[in-house]
Write a protein that binds this ligand. Sequence first.
Ligand code: NDP
Ligand SMILES: O=C(O)C(=O)[C@@H](O)[C@H](O)C(=O)CO
Length: 276
Amino acid sequence: MTAHAYALADGNTIPAIGLGTYGLNDQSGVDAVVSAIHDGYRLIDTAYNYGNEEVVAEAIRRADVDRSDLFITTKLPGRHHGVDETLASFEQSRKRLDLDWVDLYLIHWPNPKRDRYVDSWRSMIKLKERGVVRSIGVSNFTPPMLDRLFAETGLMPVVNQVELHPYFPQAELRAYHAEHAIRTESWSPLAKRTDLLAEPAIVEIAERRGATPAQVVLAWHLALGAVPIPKSADAARRRENLDVFELELDAGEVDAISGLERGRIWGADPDSHEEM
Ligand SMILES: NC(=O)C1=CN([C@@H]2O[C@H](COP(=O)(O)OP(=O)(O)OC[C@H]3O[C@@H](n4cnc5c(N)ncnc54)[C@H](OP(=O)(O)O)[C@@H]3O)[C@@H](O)[C@H]2O)C=CC1
Ligand SMILES: O=C(O)C(=O)[C@@H](O)[C@H](O)C(=O)CO
């Protein structure tokens, strides 16, 4: 049976699948996150830049689930990189989320031209030491950037959240993560829907397994040991996306899906993309 959670290198536990919230805003966003929690989602992925940390806070209050059963992730925006800026930005996020602690805090993008992510990382280590963040990680970091964090601070992130889907399987990066005990999280795990769910290789497996194409793609992430965070504004699709743990793909199916590789879908290369 596929794992429902993983141990992180810092001893904490991360759910094996989560809810992406980019675009879930306002009252419909609150309703979506409440219903996701009621349906069994425990990892909720937000960010300062999504403008919906208060939406997530309201959903947590309404869902009436023990706080310690939830795993809340938020992210530091590029314009707040720097030692003091990071501490101040985190405090704003924490207040908006109305939480005593955040389970996972990520540097959203490295913004290498600005070159201040190491300063931010030092502050994130402080936040972890203070107990207001349980686990610290990054998003969209490359191996040389991760090496640099370790060389300059002695601490590796426990998570790297990156673009990962069958069109962009990131085999080399995942091998680096495995060597360094970094858990891979997959953003846009369904490739933002695009054409992926109509790919014959996926549709064929879905028909044979009595599953939907989205479930096959999410089972592929689970087979890789990556944590997918699909976003859906629709309750039935959210339930479908969570109902994937019984679907264990064999090695041939995993390889057939990885064979769809064609590159990034959105062109945001972390070596050049700067997101504030
Ligand atoms: N760290 C980073 O830099 C980034 C992080 N992220 C995170 O990753 C999350 C997910 O990525 P996102 O870009 O939203 O893309 P996804 O790959 O999750 O795709 C979302 C799209 O797929 C549709 N969809 C969801 N479930 C199904 C299903 N079962 N069948 C058919 N269609 C489905 C949704 O439509 P509908 O809503 O109508 O169901 C939506 O159009 C984000 O919400 C965010 O939290 C995303 C990008 C970058
Ligand atoms: O969603 C995120 O976390 C982002 O960083 C977005 O800006 C992302 O780059 C995107 O999805 C743009 O369409």
